[in-house]
Design a binder for this molecule. Sequence first.
Ligand code: PLP
Length: 429
Amino acid sequence: MIYKRSSQLFSEAKKVIPGGVNSPVRAFKAVGGEPVFIERAKGAYLYDEDGNKLIDYINSWGPLILGHAHKPVLDAVIEKAKKGTSFGTPTELETKIAELAVKMVPNIDKIRMVNSGTEACMSAVRLARGFTGKEKIIKFAGCYHGHSDSFLIQAGSGAMTFGTPNSPGVTQGTAKDTLLAKYNDLENVKELVEANKDEIACIILEPVAGNMGCIPPVKGFLEGLRKICDETGILLVFDEVMTGFRQAAGGVQERLGVNADIVCFGKVIGGGLPVGAFAARNEIMNHLAPDGPVYQAGTLSGNPLAMAAGFAMLTELHDNLEIFESIDKKTEYLHKGMDKVLNEAGVSFSINRIGSMISVHFGKEPVTDFQSSVRSASTGKFNKFFHGLLENGIYIAPSAFETWFISEALSYDDLDKTIEEVGKVAETL
Ligand SMILES: *Cc1c(COP(=O)(O)O)cnc(C)c1O
């Protein structure tokens, strides 16, 4: 394929935008090469600035569960825009989307809208601290909760109690309040809780991890965390920015039957516009301003265009629950097909999947946490895999640490074409 215009646009972008992108992973640094500039998209396909057509497995990193430019969502936004784009006052639609979300998601009474997943997680942690009066949090290596300071922490080797920042600009003071645990390792969490008794406000995690590849929780992991939290008064925060309204109408809480105390949303809830949200039962949410002392605000929070897109998206899902089964089946079909052709090609690999999230890892060992994900990525095969697929019109995320998001717009023909190309690329690995 030819990427002449994309390449030109990237050179121009780099002069005025850091790295040429407004979010780092878009720059293709992990896989090499230059990013593809997209001109438009429809359904399962992206059309780039050079006229190439690509089958999309990213779907704007998750939000577009029904595919690109989905008509009911587009229509809702266009109609809303004609009436004005933002008022900075309450609007009826905010109540309607809140009612719908509370109906779809188990175990929540109230929800507050923000503008991104980052904001949702940042606010959820502040609320947890305000509610419990404790300062420390436990997060898991490899889980991403947006780019606010508390979450950009990695453990110093051997030091489990005190984190060290892994981005310049994050202070030691902030880092020391974030304790780092190993995903899928309940004993590790128990030790951390024991060593920091009565200091921990919350445990935050992706209940299905999607930012180190797709890593489902092992049996008993979420239940075990729930038990620890019940015994200690620590709040359990599910970051469902990726999984909310995707793993089921009610997210992972519904799919795996474990309740969280606070839930964060983003991605699907905005239908492709910038929306995040966090939600909990009344007892917790009533601590939030203006009812309570925990401050949180936003000039454009709940703005009409974003709410119109989100409401249309949630309505589509709520009224057509069979979509969840359908995307799960498509993902399973893709899994089985890729499994077959990768085996035939004789490469060492593993595929992780739950619901409509799936990732392919190269290497012999199963990928169950951040360390095993890093080891599998270090085989170096992913980059060749990525570029091989891109060259043949299949667009997956440009990093071995990302999940593929299956949309309902993908047809079985698209999946067959993908499996065929995966097979051909695998022969070259
Ligand atoms: C994408 C994501 C975020 C951050 O959301 P933004 O809208 O990019 O700020 C937080 N948590 C998880 C699990 C995510 O996948």
